[in-house]
Design a protein around this ligand. Structure first.
Ligand SMILES: [Zn+2]
Length: 396
C-alpha cells in the first residue's frame, strides 16, 4: 500500500478496490441468474468484513490512547536540567558475558563521563527517565511478543549473545531487559523535551530493528515507534520524520509505520549488511543506499542531497534522528569508512536541518559497536554545542 503521496504516484489496489474489481469481473463471466446473487453475496461479505476491521482498528486505537494518557513516562522536567537523557541503569554488565558481544555495552555511561570530565555538561543537569512499564510497551508491542521475552533463549537470539540462553529469565530481565526498558523511557520522554526545548538527546535508544511483533539485531523494544505514538497523542502532532543514519536499515520502524502516512522515513544505510529486510524496504519513503567502503566526502555529499529532497518533500512537526555511529571507519559490522570528524559533520547537518526550520529534534545514539564510539559521540555533542545547535549549559 502506498504511504507517501509526494514520492509515490503509482496507485496500488487496496483490499476494497480488489474486491470491487473481482465483483465487476464476475458480472462479466457468470450466467445472468447467478451474477446478481454471487456478487451481492461478495458485496455483503466485503462490507461486513471491512466494517468489522474498521471497528477493531478503532478499538485498538482507543486502547492505545488510553494507555498513553495513563503513562507516567511524560513527566515535567525543571528548566535547571539540560535535555540530555541518561540513567546509570542504561549500562549493561552481565557477569562479564557482555564482553562476548562486539557491542560496547557501557557506551552510554562513557559518553556522559566524557561530557562531564570535559566540562561540557554538569552531571546534575542530566535528565533521568523512568523505565517503560508493560502497559507502556503494549502501546506498540503485542502481549505475545512481550511474553516471548520471558524465554531466555529468545532474548539470547534477539541480542545475539547465545550464552544468555543459559541464564534464568529473572536474571535476564534484570540485567538486560531492564536497562533496555529504561532507555525506551528515555526515548519517549525525549520527544516531550524536544517539543519544549527544541531538541533532546537520549544518550541511549535507537533500537531500530525491533517492531511491535519481533525483535532482532540487539533490539528488544521498538523505542522509535513508541516515541512517535506517544508524540501523536501527548503532543498532538501528526507529521513525524525519521532520519535513520545508522549503518543498518531501520526495518523495525519501517514495518511499524508501513501504511501510516503521518510518518516519513529517510533511511541511509548499507544494503550489503544485516538485516536484508526487503519487505521493510518497500516502506522507506526516501531510500539512500551507501555501499560498503563509502568514504566521508561521498557520504556527506549524499546526505546533503538527501536532506534537501526531504526538506522539499515533507513538512514534519518532529524529527527523530537515529544517529548510529557504526558508520565509523573500522566498524566491523557497518563496513563504511566515515571519519570521527565526518560523524560530527553529519550530526551538525541533521541538527541544522531541523533547527533552521524550527522543528523539534530527538537524537538517539543507536548502533556503534567500537570502544571509540563513546568518545566520537561526546565530541560530536560538544561540536553541536559550539555551533549553538544545542545548549549543554553554562560550562559548554
Ligand atoms: Zn547499526
Amino acid at each position: 500500500m502506498q504511504k507517501n503521496m509526494h514520492c509515490r504516484v503509482t496507485p496500488i489496489p487496496t483490499d476494497s478496490t480488489r474486491n470491487l474489481c473481482e465483483s465487476v469481473a464476475n458480472f462479466r463471466v457468470l450466467p445472468q441468474n447467478q451474477t446478481l446473487s454471487v456478487s451481492l453475496y461478495r458485496y455483503i461479505l466485503t462490507t461486513m468484513s471491512s466494517s468489522a476491521s474498521a471497528s477493531s482498528d478503532s478499538d485498538e486505537e482507543t486502547l492505545r490512547r488510553s494507555r498513553i494518557l495513563k503513562s507516567k513516562l511524560y513527566f515535567d522536567v525543571p528548566l535547571s536540567k539540560v535535555p540530555v537523557i541518561y540513567a546509570a541503569s542504561y549500562d549493561i554488565a552481565f557477569l562479564g558475558i557482555e564482553k562476548l558481544h562486539p557491542f560496547d555495552s557501557t557506551k552510554w555511561g562513557r559518553i556522559c563521563r566524557f561530557l562531564v570530565s570535559d566540562g561540557a555538561l554538569h552531571r546534575s543537569c542530566i535528565v533521568e527517565p523512568l523505565e517503560a512499564s508493560k502497559d507502556d510497551l503494549l502501546v506498540v508491542h503485542s502481549e505475545s511478543y512481550l511474553n516471548s521475552l520471558k524465554s531466555s533463549a529468545n532474548v539470547a537470539m534477539i541480542i545475539e549473545v547465545p550464552p544468555v540462553a543459559l541464564f534464568p529469565n529473572c536474571l535476564v530481565q534484570q540485567k538486560v531487559l531492564h536497562p533496555f526498558r529504561n532507555q525506551v523511557g528515555g526515548t519517549i520522554l525525549a520527544a516531550k523535551l524536544a517539543k519544549e526545548r527544541g531538541w533532546a538527546i537520549n544518550v541511549g535508544g535507537g533500537f531500530h530493528h525491533c517492531c511491535g511483533e519481533k525483535g532482532g539485531g540487539f533490539c528488544a523494544y521498538a523505542d522509535i515507534s513508541l516515541c512517535i505514538h506517544y508524540a501523536f497523542v501527548q503532543l498532538n502532532i501528526s507529521r513525524v520524520m525519521i532520519i535513520d543514519l545508522d549503518a543498518h536499515q531501520g526495518n523495525g520502524h519501517e514495518l511499524d509505520f508501513a501504511n501510516d502516512r503521518r510518518v516519513y522515513i529517510l533511511d541511509m544505510y548499507n544494503p550489503g549488511i544485516y538485516p536484508f529486510d526487503y519487505e521493510a524496504r518497500r516502506y522507506i519513503d526516501q531510500k539512500v543506499e551507501v555501499a560498503s567502503g563509502t568514504t566521508t566526502n561521498e557520504y556527506l555529499k549524499k546526505l546533503d542531497e538527501a536532506l534537501e529532497v526531504a526538506g522539499h518533500t515533507f513538512d514534519p512537526e518532529l524529527v527523530v534522528y537515529n544517529a548510529g555511529t557504526d558508520i565509523l571507519d573500522g566498524d566491523p559490522l557497518g563496513r563504511l569508512k566515515i571519519s570521527p570528524g565526518g560523524i560530527a559533520n553529519r550530526d551538525e547537518k541533521v541538527f541544522r536541518f531541523a533547527r533552521e526550520r524550527n522543528i523539534p529534534i530527538v537524537m538517539l545514539t543507536s548502533g556503534g559497536y567500537m570502544k571509540s564510539s563513546a568518545r566520537v559521540i561526546a565530541d560530536s555533542m560538544i561540536n553541536l554545542s559550539k555551533k549553538s545547535l544545542i545548549d549543554l549549559g553554562e560550562n559548554a
